[in-house]
Design a protein around this ligand. Structure first.
Ligand SMILES: [Mn+2]
Length: 194
């Protein structure tokens, strides 16, 4: 079963996260940051990866630790659920519109962690979510999961639309990359290892 549970406790956050790569996109997310819950729910729905997250963070400081640590834990859970990465599509991409916003995502489950974040977001908050935390979340996620992840904003003005398009696009690309392909077994790499 391609599932994982990760529990992570620090002095800043207390997170319990479950993923099921072969789910239907069911999400139960409680982070105390409404817009972030909305985003993680979108990522789950459009990847068909089931996701349960309970995060209790030091929101009295600010949402930074909670958002970043959820990225760390989601990345760790994805890596664990993928195991030896056998029989997966490996690459995924998406070109995703949301009203005026248009986002392009390409990712590789490569074990070569790298984030390219070409998303020019207006400073400020969407609800309790600081727009600058989009990059922090996806860097933590990409590093821990071992993803090469490119996120590019092609057009857009509204921060809610831009961020939502990013999370949906990453979800869609991720769903494609983790999908099992029955036409081969083993690891999809000429090196023989991922
Ligand atoms: Mn929305």
């Amino acid at each position: 079963m391609r599932r994982a549970k990760v529990v992570r406790q620090t002095k800043e956050t207390d997170i319990v996260l479950n993923v099921n790569l072969d789910g239907t996109g069911e999400a139960r997310v409680e982070t105390g940051i409404g817009f972030f819950d909305h985003m993680l729910t979108a990522l789950s729905r459009f990847s068909y990866v089931d996701l349960e997250v309970t995060a209790k963070g030091d929101l009295v400081v600010d949402p930074h630790h909670t958002i970043e640590d959820c990225g760390i834990v989601l990345g760790q859970a994805l890596r664990e659920a993928l195991g030896a990465k056998q029989g997966i599509e490996r690459f995924g991409n998406a070109l995703l519109p949301m009203d005026e916003a248009l986002v392009q995502v390409a990712l590789d489950i490569s074990d070569r962690p790298y984030l390219v974040w070409a998303v020019d977001l207006p400073p400020g908050n969407v609800g309790l979510f600081p727009t600058e935390m989009g990059e922090e979340f996806f860097r933590a996620f990409a590093v821990q999961a071992g993803l090469t992840l490119h996120v590019r904003l092609l057009s857009g003005k509204n921060s809610h639309h831009i961020l939502e398009a990013v999370f949906k696009a990453v979800g869609r690309a991720l769903g494609e990359a983790v999908r099992e392909n029955p036409r081969y077994s083993g690891v999809l790499s000429t090196k023989g290892v991922l």
